[in-house]
Design a protein around this ligand. Structure first.
Ligand code: GLN
Length: 446
């Protein structure tokens, strides 16, 4: 069913970079055989899953939507992929993204622009645009994305599906191609909140292979879905409903808050005063970390190697010039500049200090409130081509998602209405490692 849906829709949606049809069918057959005589099915038995193409899969090409890795066949599975397989899910293929997860529209993919299934002239969001579009188009039951500054939640919002960015450290990043290591997290994109709880149950938990992986007990996310939000205290940051937020998006969010009120929750306006500095701090930190992480693409160890090089220095420079697209180059240059001696204190260190202030803003609100709510993105999806030549406008789309990564917190985006036929996302932000609560609150709305 999944393969035939891919076949009939992907020519238009263009979510997949690679469909591993043979492998998937073979795996499904094996699962059927194992089932004979087995006492119990795995938690995700037989469910077709799409994997963002910056998560490595053994025997399935992993490109990060970059020319640099167009020939890269990993020899191992990422820990999350292994965990999905342990739960008996079937990896169907690899989903499009902005090159190395840098972007918010999928237009930075070196290979194709995924389209929004609600309206094919619009972007699906990004960078996990393929992951969100694929679920929205009914091609897979769920997918995995990665979120550094909003890349799970913003495309989920644009495509009218559910996307959860877990607390930093809850889900292993072993086998996730690093973009900005102090921010990256893997999480599920699903049709509804219950499905997100299922996938989280399978992928959360400590992993020795990721040094940032937390030692925490994993609760039963499914039994947390009680439908009860009586007495819940919701903080709504005025900065997330102010300037730059589309009035109709704001209206949809306020209508959702009304629904929570009717279910017995209370909401009040709160302030996260350092929000206005988040985008600047993020683009300094993320680009700095990216410039360091992407130094490994040298034409020697991974991916393509320029055949124009006449010496070692040229091997590096020509392979990198040929392999990386314009947005990746922009970030490497920005990050290298911010880290250079003489500028480090003014940019990188300053951005780190702002990051601490942003985290403290959240700590203060969470002293009095159980969750924070607001829009996932300031607008609904935009037209393909309309922002690609304007990186600053593109960067500002992340204003409501970036602070959450800077603070390391969990947040989910769930659909809460439409504007002109395009979905709006409601974002529910929780305390660190309080995913069970975030899922419970989001589930109550459905
Ligand atoms: N849009 C943001 C960026 O371009 C977020 C990307 C992400 O979360 N991977 O950096």
């Amino acid at each position: 069913e999944s393969l035939s849906q891919i076949q009939s829709t992907d020519e238009k949606v263009k979510a997949f970079l690679h469909v591993g049809e043979e492998q998937a069918v073979e795996h499904a057959k094996q699962l059927d055989e194992q089932l004979q005589g087995a006492a119990q099915r795995g938690l995700l038995f037989g469910l077709p899953a799409g994997i963002k193409d910056n998560i490595v899969t053994q025997g399935m090409r992993t490109t990060c939507a970059s020319r640099f890795l167009e020939n890269y066949d990993p020899i191992y599975d990422a820990s999350v992929v292994k965990k999905l397989k342990d739960a008996q899910a079937v990896a169907i293929g690899k989903l499009n993204l902005d090159e190395f997860a840098m972007g918010g529209s999928n237009e930075n993919s070196a290979f194709q622009t995924t389209r929004n299934p609600w309206n094919l002239d619009y972007v699906p969001g990004g960078s996990s645009g393929g992951s969100a579009a694929s679920v929205a188009a009914g091609q897979v039951y769920f997918s995995l994305g990665s979120d550094t500054g909003g890349s799970i939640r913003q495309p989920a919002a644009y495509c009218g599906v559910v996307g959860l960015k877990p607390t930093y450290g809850l889900v292993s990043r072993f086998g996730l191609v690093a973009f900005a290591s102090s921010l990256d997290q893997i999480g599920p994109i699903t049709k509804n909140v219950e499905d997100a709880a299922y996938v989280m149950q399978a992928i959360a938990g400590h992993d020795d292979r990721d040094s940032t992986s937390a030692h925490v007990d994993i609760p039963d996310y499914l039994s947390a879905l009680s439908g009860d939000v009586k007495g819940l205290k919701i903080g709504v940051p005025k900065e997330y409903l102010g300037e730059g937020i589309d009035p109709q998006v704001k209206e949809a969010v306020l209508a959702a808050l009304k629904v929570y009120e009717q279910m017995g929750a209370q909401w009040e306006e709160v302030s996260l005063p350092h929000t206005e500095y988040a985008v600047a701090a993020y683009y300094l930190l993320a680009s700095s970390e990216a410039s360091s992480n992407l130094a490994r693409y040298d034409g020697v160890r991974y991916g393509i190697r320029s055949d124009q090089a006449e010496n070692l220095m040229e091997l590096y420079t020509k392979s990198r010039s040929e392999g990386f697209g314009p947005e990746v180059k922009r970030r490497i240059m920005l990050g290298t500049y911010a880290l250079s001696s003489g500028y480090y204190d003014a940019y990188y260190l300053k951005a780190q200090k702002v990051r601490t202030l942003i985290k403290q803003d959240f700590d203060q609100v969470f002293e009095k409130y159980d969750v924070i709510m607001g829009p996932t993105a300031p607008t609904t999806a935009f037209k393909i081509g309309s922002q690609i030549n304007d990186p600053l406008t593109m960067y500002l789309n992340d204003i409501c998602t970036i602070p959450i990564n800077l603070a390391g917190l969990p947040a989910i985006s769930i659909p809460c209405g439409h504007v002109d036929g395009l979905p709006v996302g409601l974002q529910v932000i929780g305390k660190a490692f309080d995913e069970a609560n975030v899922l419970r609150v989001a589930h109550a709305f459905e």
